[in-house]
Design a protein around this ligand. Structure first.
Ligand code: ADP
Length: 464
């Protein structure tokens, strides 16, 4: 058709060019016009068909009913419809993959946050690196210990950030050995007051068994080390303290057996030494047992309401003869009202006797010991003090006098002792009764030891 139209048009042009007459033009022009009209009609029909096709394709689920003579449209429609379905299926698949991916990403983000929350809440220092030794995670304890901040140093190499060669070496050892973990005790911080950490470094491996980083956990064991050291010191002190009186008893007993005590007086002297040392041994063992019973919480405590002043008066009577031997005057506290505390009477009596006997022991003959009891209404406690005019304690020794086996060097010649009496006082007052011990002293002028105990609960409750 297009060829006919083209030929017609060409003939028309040719005829016009040749100057042929109007009749010729009419004869030749007719088929051209007809062709053009036909073409226009065909185009209109095609446009209508495309419109119909589009309308049909827009209705996805219903099969469209094409009219008669749509032989060309139907297969085209079917083919396009199939293409559309394939496209829609692809889109649907992509959308579900996208949403699956979003869920996975959210899950990963959640897991990361959970892991971080766990790591950040651990009191131990935790540090995680990747396969290239870069820090990827660390909690606040690790930041403090190693002196870095994750915000600034994340993704930097471990050996650039951490200035602790032993720790860096330990991490290197873990990666090289690939064992489940390596462990070492390391010290950190100020060399004058070092802190000991139990460092466990675990090498993390991927599914191909390649090292993909490490997890280091550092647990502060400074206190445990101190306690273990204190236990060792205690055992060696106890053995030493027990050995001294035992050696004395043994030596004098041997002399007696060998007949070295020729006369009754010498024999009496030897026996007195044995007796004194045996008593000392007994006291020592009693004190050690009492302290360890209190420390382990095994001691039986029988608390009742009692007046501190009356208890102090009774304790003074128990050691009055000892004070009189040294011509030491003891001033007794007057009985006061409302000074009741909830206490184990025997234990509290032991406390006052220990303070009193020390005061007498470390006060030269002719001196004075004064016991005072007062009620502190503001702090709801009773305060007992034992002051003396004795040798006093140098200020350097004062913080340690309540420690086990601590004896003030300057006062050693003054009197014999075990260095356990004041520790027992502290244990009974503070551990068993929830009170506080204290001491003030001026060398060559005297000392004041004392304690405070909470007022008995009934009294505090009544607020009288
Ligand atoms: P000790 O058996 O040696 O007396 P304590 O634990 O009772 O042991 O006392 C510890 C040390 O404190 C004593 O060795 C002594 O040096 C010192 N001390 C205790 N009480 C007094 C005091 N009233 N005056 C001077 N020094 C004292």
């Amino acid at each position: 058709m297009w060829a006919v139209a083209a030929c017609g048009t060409a003939a028309l042009v040719a005829a016009a060019a040749a100057g042929v007459g109007t009749a010729v033009l009419v004869v030749l022009g007719f088929p051209v016009v007809a062709c053009l009209i036909l073409t226009g009609l065909i185009l209109l029909k095609t446009a209508a068909a495309i419109e119909t096709l589009c309308a049909a394709l827009e209705k996805p689920d219903s099969a469209y009913h094409f009219g008669e003579g749509s032989t060309l449209l139907k297969p085209l429609y079917t083919a396009l419809r199939r293409l559309l379905e394939i496209h829609r299926e692809g889109q649907h698949r992509q959308r579900s993959q996208d949403s699956e991916m979003v869920v996975r990403l959210q899950l990963l983000e959640r897991q990361k946050k959970d892991t971080e929350a766990i790591i950040y809440s651990i009191r131990d220092s935790v540090l995680v690196t990747d396969a290239s030794d870069r820090i990827i995670m660390a909690n606040a304890a690790a930041e403090r210990l190693f002196g870095f901040t994750l915000d600034r140093d994340q993704a930097r190499r471990l050996d650039e950030v951490i200035r602790h060669p032993d720790f860096v070496r330990l991490v290197g050892r873990s990666i090289q050995s690939r064992t489940s973990h390596v462990r070492q005790e390391l010290t950190f911080g100020d060399p004058r007051q070092p802190k000991t950490y139990d460092c466990i470094v675990s090498c993390v491996e991927d599914e191909k068994n390649a090292a993909c980083g490490i997890v280091a956990v550092l647990h502060d064991i400074t206190r445990e080390k101190e306690i273990s050291q204190m236990k060792n010191d205690f055992v060696s002190h106890v053995s030493h303290e027990l050995k001294t009186p035992l050696a004395s008893i043994n030596a004098y007993a041997e002399m007696l057996v060998d007949g070295e005590a020729q006369d009754a007086e010498t024999m009496q002297r030897f026996c007195t030494v044995i007796q004194t040392q045996a008593q000392r041994l007994n006291r020592l063992i009693e004190d050690i047992l009492n302290i360890s019973r209190i420390e382990s919480g095994l001691i039986k405590v029988d608390k009742e309401t009692c007046s501190v002043a009356i208890l102090a008066q009774n304790a003074v009577e128990m050691i009055r003869s000892y004070a009189m031997e040294k011509s030491i005057t003891i001033k007794v506290p007057a009985a006061i009202i409302h000074d009741q505390v909830l206490a184990d009477k025997d234990m509290l009596t032991q406390v006052v006797i220990n303070l009193l006997s020390n005061a007498v022991k470390y006060t030269p003959a002719g001196g004075m010991v004064e016991v005072d009891v007062e009620v502190d209404e503001v702090d709801c406690c009773v305060r007992l003090t034992v002051g003396d005019t004795g040798v006093g304690i140098p200020s350097d020794d004062l913080p340690y006098v309540f420690d086990k086996f601590y004896r003030v060097e300057a006062n050693k010649k003054q009197a014999k002792g075990t260095g356990l009496g004041l520790n027992l006082v502290k244990q009974i007052v503070e551990t068993v009764h929830g009170g506080r011990v204290f001491v003030t002293s001026v060398p060559q002028q005297g000392s004041t030891f004392g304690f405070t105990l909470p007022l008995a609960a009934e009294r505090v409750a009544l607020n009288v």
